[in-house]
Design a protein around this ligand. Structure first.
Ligand code: 5RP
Length: 225
């Protein structure tokens, strides 16, 4: 099974967690994209879903599939949010934001009763930071000063798109903070949140209800606690 097949398997397994009708958080990234395709097929069959997209890309995809969508303003009471992740540890804590949508993803995650994360097995690590840097979204104003403050916690690398800094849907920049293996992700999140100019971090601590992990052996379903 290749990585895309595993992502598709995880995306399809998430359909088991959808209510008959209700409000669905639509994540961002290639695995979430496959999930949104499946939701589009269910809507065509008559299922009554209202989507809350976590990025402009997911909104555009869902619109094209005819999925009814809530406004970006909220407030939403999301029954189930389905999203991908870049790295997952054994406590189901996550690093997200490879696609740059971490801030919107965390807001929708927070508004969701059930938080379903869909990944292939390449995303698993014993401890966060083994594979990924931590994406940190910052205000553009004074971003180089914010980066200087980030330097006390790791090595911040401004994410680029070609020759220009990558700009998020929320208008921010992203610094990928290389910190190596993270001993205490919750503490790191608290420290990052205290730096003025930091909008949000890609650390998702205690924000996974169910992890759907796909590999050649099929789907493994893991729950917190
Ligand atoms: C976007 C994300 C994605 O969920 C994450 O990057 C995983 O993407 P993919 O499913 O393409 O591997 O956090 O900001």
């Amino acid at each position: 099974m290749d990585q895309n097949e595993a992502k598709r398997l995880a995306a399809k397994a998430a359909l088991d967690y959808l209510p008959e009708r209700g409000v669905i958080g639509l994540g961002t990234g290639s695995t979430a994209r496959m999930f949104i395709e499946e939701v589009g097929a269910l809507v065509k069959q008559g299922r009554g879903f209202l989507g809350v997209p976590t990025s402009t890309a997911s909104r555009q995809q869902a619109e094209a599939l005819g999925i009814p969508l809530a406004s970006d303003d909220g407030p939403w009471s999301v029954d189930v949010c389905v999203d991908g992740a870049d790295e997952v540890d054994e406590h189901l804590n996550l690093i997200k934001g490879g696609g740059g949508a971490l801030t919107r993803e965390k807001i929708v995650n927070q508004a969701s009763k059930l938080k379903v994360i869909v990944v292939d097995s390449s995303k698993m690590s014993r401890r966060l930071g083994e594979k990924w840097a931590v994406p940190v979204e910052v205000l553009r104003f004074g971003h180089a000063s914010t980066a200087a403050a980030l330097r006390s916690l790791g090595e911040p690398r401004l994410r680029m798109q070609g020759k220009e800094p990558f700009v998020t849907d929320a208008g921010g920049y992203i610094y990928d903070l290389v910190c190596g293996v993270i001993e205490n992700p919750a503490e790191l999140e608290r420290e990052l949140d205290q730096i003025p100019g930091v909008v949000e971090t890609g650390l998702f601590i205690g924000r996974t209800s169910v992890l759907l992990l796909a590999d050649a052996g099929g789907i493994t379903r893991l729950s917190r606690g």
